[in-house]
Design a protein around this ligand. Structure first.
Ligand SMILES: N[C@@H](CCC(=O)N[C@@H](CS)C(=O)NCC(=O)O)C(=O)O
Length: 222
């Protein structure tokens, strides 16, 4: 059985690991699961074959036998759950309460922490030329701080959010590392260290290197 994910043919970030296939690759690496990658261009993402996999015409997607998934939270959860079914509990704790808490953190990452971070990207890139853009930026940044401050307080001196590393940390670190260039992460030393711990995991390094290899490769002539 082969797992196939989709990724950008050429990521806009040039391989910094910010495209969301990186978090899926990371989960697969943590699970020790090999996978294939189908690269898609921006044009192909909006065409029927890809829309059949992802109704919103985005990456990443996940295919395994007849199963097709989109949404990174759901994909990472599936990878973790599948690992439990195979007798391993590296991404989600075996105990049901611990598992429920890890899933809570996965939702918190994509539902509570990621939206204001995406808003900053929109404010910078999609709305950067608007006359009100400069005035709005401090508000957008303060909304991010409004999420980072309680997260930082909760994490405190702990290594991970709830005991051992879990899919909750994988999702949270993946979301937070999109903030590095803004400097906002460095305002919270324990969160910056938390992200660095995630990036230091061998599975993350393998995932990062795999997407970089694609994005750093010379552009095909044409
Ligand atoms: N909530 C989705 C977001 C997916 C998403 O925004 N993917 C980006 C790449 S990281 C994309 O495909 N952007 C191109 C587009 O939306 O046209 C998830 O977590 O999977």
């Amino acid at each position: 059985m082969t797992i196939t994910i989709t990724a950008f043919e050429r990521s806009p970030d040039g391989g910094q690991g910010l495209a969301r296939d990186t978090r899926v690759r990371w989960a697969l690496e943590e699970a020790g699961q090999s996978y294939a990658v189908r690269l898609v261009s921006f044009a192909a993402m909006k065409e029927p074959p890809h829309l059949a996999r992802h109704p919103f015409g985005q990456i990443p997607t996940y295919e395994e036998d007849g199963l097709v998934l989109f949404e990174t939270g759901a994909i990472v959860f599936h990878i973790a759950q599948r690992q439990i079914d195979q007798g391993h509990a590296d991404l989600l704790p075996e105990h049901s309460d611990g598992r429920a808490r890890a899933i809570t953190w996965m939702f918190a990452a994509v539902n509570t922490v990621e939206p204001p971070i995406l808003d900053l990207a929109n404010a910078r890139f999609a709305e950067g030329d608007k006359p009100w853009s400069a005035e709005r930026l401090p508000l957008v940044k303060d909304r991010i701080r409004g999420r980072l401050k309680p997260l930082s307080a909760y994490l405190g001196k702990s290594e991970w959010l709830d005991g051992a590393f879990s899919a909750g940390d994988l999702m949270m670190v993946s979301v937070l590392l999109r903030l590095r260039a803004s400097g906002l992460l460095d305002e919270f030393a324990n969160l910056a260290a938390y992200v660095a711990r995630g990036e230091a995991r061998p599975a993350y390094k393998r995932a990062f290197a795999a997407q970089l290899a694609i994005n750093a490769a010379p552009q095909p002539k044409g």
